[in-house]
Design a protein around this ligand. Structure first.
Ligand SMILES: Nc1ncnc2c1ncn2[C@@H]1O[C@H](COP(=O)(O)OP(=O)(O)OP(=O)(O)O)[C@@H](O)[C@H]1O
Ligand SMILES: [Mg+2]
Length: 324
């Protein structure tokens, strides 16, 4: 099947200042580049759900923002239905055309809705270029489970629960009938009890609208529940990518194994020993070792000598000298 979106060799760095603290930082700190993403090759097919998984700082949101063309990568290219895209969407026409294909929703469903406007306004505004009507807005609200939609149109964001607000954000994104929805941690600010409802809503929309979804999450169970494929990221690199079922059954990369163990044991902490310095050194690429070496239980001499490349193993890609 043809790809909806393809990213090839996407790298994104940010300037950072390290070394000094406080007022001295700007004057005497060393200016370096932090790799938020490095050499990312990923694709999404129409109607496919790809989960992007990894701990804080691994580059997930940067990837989402680049896919939504909210940021320009330093290197690499991006195609949407085979058409090459420039970096950040510029100008109204470009933004509108692109936005009618790719929409993004965020973690905080309150921050993304304007408190002074009604729910109907938010959804109708997104519909505006397709001829706004209250009925259409109500239908969309119905479709995301706010029923009857007509009773929600005149409400204001503060009258809704977090889960309901996230449904409004999803309705608004759907108004333009996009082919891809990028959902950046859509359930992480919601009560556990309603997380599943939102995941089920997204799953249903894939069926009814053939919507492709990029699900950004650090929650492995949500990723497995929803996605067809998953990409596990560490310090800006993809370390394992493949079919979710296969990865769940047999994780190959030690980092994926760690994530899985944490999920099984329901430990609410960061997996493995924390190593902020090691992480920063990895993000700054100040090491020629495998970036995961400082936390890897299987680390060997060869891992310290050179970082492994992402290598295809059957249906899967793994970045490890000693994959399981
Ligand atoms: N505008 C920016 N300027 C400088 N550094 C940035 C910027 N945006 C992101 N970064 C850095 O890039 C790295 C990746 O950030 P990103 O937000 O993509 O991570 P993430 O995986 O989404 O993390 P989280 O789970 O905390 O949301 C982080 O170390 C972050 O500090
Ligand atoms: Mg993020």
């Amino acid at each position: 099947m043809d790809q909806l979106i393809e990213l090839k060799g996407i790298t994104k760095t940010y300037p950072v200042t390290t070394g000094e603290t406080g007022v001295f930082k700007r004057l005497f700190g060393a200016r370096k580049r932090l790799f938020a993403l490095e050499g990312i090759n990923l694709s999404v097919k129409p109607g496919e759900i790809l989960a992007v998984l990894g701990e804080s700082g691994s580059g997930k949101s940067t990837l989402g923002r680049i896919m939504a063309r909210l940021e320009t990568p330093d290197e690499g290219h991006y195609t949407l239905r085979g058409q090459r895209q420039s970096g950040r969407a510029q100008g109204r026409k470009d933004r509108w055309e692109f936005g009618s294909q790719v929409q993004m929703i965020f973690q905080d469903p309150f921050g993304s809705l304007n408190p002074v406007h009604s729910i109907g306004y938010h959804v109708q505004r997104a519909l505006a270029l397709h001829g706004p009507s209250e009925q259409q807005a109500a239908d969309l609200l119905d479709a995301v489970g706010l029923r009857p939609g007509s009773s929600f149109v005149r409400k204001f964001p503060f009258e809704l629960s977090g889960g309901q607000r996230q449904r409004v954000a999803i309705a608004r994104a759907l108004a333009v009938r996009p082919a891809l929805l990028i959902a950046d941690e859509p359930t992480s600010m919601l009560d556990v009890s309603i997380r599943m409802d939102i995941l089920n809503l997204l799953k249903g929309l894939r069926e009814t609208h053939n919507l492709a979804i990029l699900l950004i999450t650090h929650d492995l169970p949500s990723a497995f529940y929803l996605s067809d494929r998953m990409a596990v990221m560490y310090a800006g690199q993809v370390v394992e990518c493949g079919r979710s079922e296969d990865i769940l059954e047999k994780p190959s990369h030690p980092y994926t194994q760690l994530l899985l163990r944490v999920a099984h044991e329901r430990i609410a902490t960061r997996p493995g020993k924390t190593d902020e310095e090691g992480m920063l050194a990895a993000q700054l690429r100040e090491t020629s070792s495998c970036l995961f070496a400082s936390r890897c239980p299987k680390v060997a001499q060869s891992c310290l000598e050179a970082g492994p490349a992402l290598t295809r193993m059957g249906q899967r890609e793994v970045r490890c000298h000693f994959p399981s």
